[in-house]
Structures are given as C-alpha cells and as structure tokens.
Write a new protein. Structure first.
Length: 39
C-alpha cells in the first residue's frame, strides 16, 4: 500500500514539473512573439 502511495506522489510531482516547464515555455514563446510584433 505504501509503495503505491509513493508511486502516486512521485507521479504527481513529475506532472507538476512538466506543468512548470510547459508554462515557462509558453511565456518564453509569448515574449519572443511580442519582440517580433514590436520590431
């Protein structure tokens, strides 16, 4: 039972990392798009 719980916790933390990375990527692409639009 505890093993399953550990697995779930590590999986959810992995998902959080992915979400963070994707949001950073989105903000980066948004910034580059703004640069293109302003120039």
């Amino acid at each position: 039972n505890e093993e399953i719980f550990k697995e779930k916790r590590s999986f959810s933390s992995q998902k959080l990392e992915i979400n963070k990375n994707s949001s950073i990527r989105i903000s980066l692409t948004h910034k580059s798009q703004q640069k293109i639009g302003s120039s």
